[in-house]
Design a protein around this ligand. Structure first.
Ligand code: RNT
Ligand code: ZN
Length: 416
């Protein structure tokens, strides 16, 4: 017997059908964020860097993608190392604007044609994000909730165009494009008019959503946040704000794992939200002491997220997106580890003997459920994961350091 066959028979003792799990795992889509490859710089101008807006990227590891061709080359490498279905989540600032400068209120479908063509070639679908940061009109910390009408109108136009472009992408690819809207609006300290700013944000959103697009083309998600760097005291688009807005206006929430108190259990929120909402977008991230966007690892929090996704029976209604960016380590490696960690968490959860766990819990034997979970934790999970990697023709765990090291030598080091 091979290690995998042995593992399969061990899981079978708990009535877990490993073959069915592997088949299901392959069909779950993970939306890969484009912005890990260039430190959230985007390609509006040469040397664009992430600026302001409560998010930060630190580090200066060599090899950052300097243009869209390099970013696509890196993404192709990444896709070759991760098995299963994937989507690519684009930020508006990653359009192909040629030599002229195209401001955010001027973006058009044509600027993303190259991505749509590339995605077709790669067999992936695209998601989209408005870019409300790294811009002079976001420098004072307000966009859609700005009291400066000229600033507010600029960002409303950006948001409307993002929705139109997302719908177009959805039509082009024959799969709904999920549009995430996150704005950095907030203040560093003492704030008097919280009600006023939130009133303005609500009015802006009402106007942005006046145009309806079919759900088959695009769907809107609103990303909540507790605080950011420079917005420690007050974030206009808080969790409560968007929870209510989404519920009343039939929009989707985006839960970013870094946007809550660090000891809050984000996975626990899923069953409450999915009970009332048809779908939800996740930004899988790893906060370290704050919303630090560290690379996702196969840790307890991510496992718990996987478990809630599976146990709620709503895996198909959840859009799994990633959101991390580390410029201090090999960026391709960071991407690959983060993506694979999320996939592992899904496998981890799918391999659990749900019926038996439920039986113990419902019969009042909480300890037995706990003991069974402990037993599961030492089953040969790694042999099943390796088999998944083999079947999806992606790299085995033990091959990654060499493969990515070679890519670094041959490709990344040439970029100076
Ligand atoms: C910021 C949000 C947002 C961004 C991306 C780049 O706090 O998490 O999702 O990380 O749009
Ligand atoms: Zn996010």
């Amino acid at each position: 017997m091979t290690p995998f066959e042995l593992a399969r028979s061990r899981y079978a003792r708990y009535d877990v059908d490993v073959e069915a799990v592997l088949t299901q795992l392959e069909t779950v889509a993970i939306s890969i964020h484009c912005w890990q490859g260039d430190d959230v710089g985007g390609f509006e101008r040469p040397d664009a860097t992430l600026g302001g807006g409560g998010i930060q990227v630190t580090g200066n590891y060599p090899g950052k993608a300097r243009n869209i061709d390099e970013l696509r080359q890196d993404l192709e490498k990444v896709l070759s190392l991760v098995g299963g279905r994937h989507r690519i989540s684009l930020h508006a600032s990653y359009g192909e604007f040629g030599s002229e400068f195209v401001d955010r209120d001027q973006i058009e479908e044509s600027h993303y044609q190259g991505w749509v063509d590339w995605a077709k070639k790669m067999g992936v679908h695209l998601d989209f994000n408005g870019t409300f940061f790294s811009h002079p009109l976001a420098d004072d910390g307000f966009t859609l909730s700005s009291k400066d009408e000229r600033v507010r109108r600029f960002w409303i136009e950006h948001a409307k165009r993002c929705r139109r472009i997302a719908a177009w992408i959805g039509r082009e690819q024959g799969s709904p494009c999920i549009l995430d809207t996150w704005i950095p609006d907030g203040t560093k300290d003492y704030t008097v008019d919280k009600f006023g700013y939130r009133t303005i944000l609500k009015e802006s959103l009402d106007e942005i959503f006046e145009t309806e697009y079919p759900a088959s083309e695009m769907r809107d998600a609103l990303e909540t946040k507790l605080f950011g760097i420079g917005s420690e005291a007050f974030v206009v688009g808080s969790h409560e704000f968007y929870m209510n807005y989404a519920a009343r206006n039939d929009k989707m929430l985006c839960l970013d794992m870094g946007h809550f108190h660090t000891d809050e259990d984000v996975a626990d929120k899923l069953s409450s939200i999915l009970l009332f909402d048809d779908e939800v977008l996740l930004h899988i991230s790893r906060p370290m002491r704050w919303d630090s966007d560290h690379v996702v690892l196969f840790n307890d929090k991510v496992k718990m997220m996987g478990e809630e996704l599976v146990r709620s029976g709503k895996l198909e209604d959840v859009h799994i997106g990633l959101d991390f960016f580390d410029a201090s380590i090999n960026r391709i490696g960071a991407w690959v580890t983060g993506i694979r960690s999320m996939r592992k968490a899904l496998l981890w959860a799918l391999l659990q003997p749900m019926d038996l766990l439920m039986e113990y819990e419902e019969s009042g034997n909480g300890w037995a459920a706990m003991a069974l979970a402990e037993e599961q934790a030492i089953l040969p999970f790694g042999d099943v994961w390796d088999e998944y990697c083999r079947r999806t023709a992606s790299a085995l765990e033990g091959e990654l350091i060499d493969i990515i090291g070679t890519y670094e030598e041959q490709v990344l080091k040439e970029r100076t």
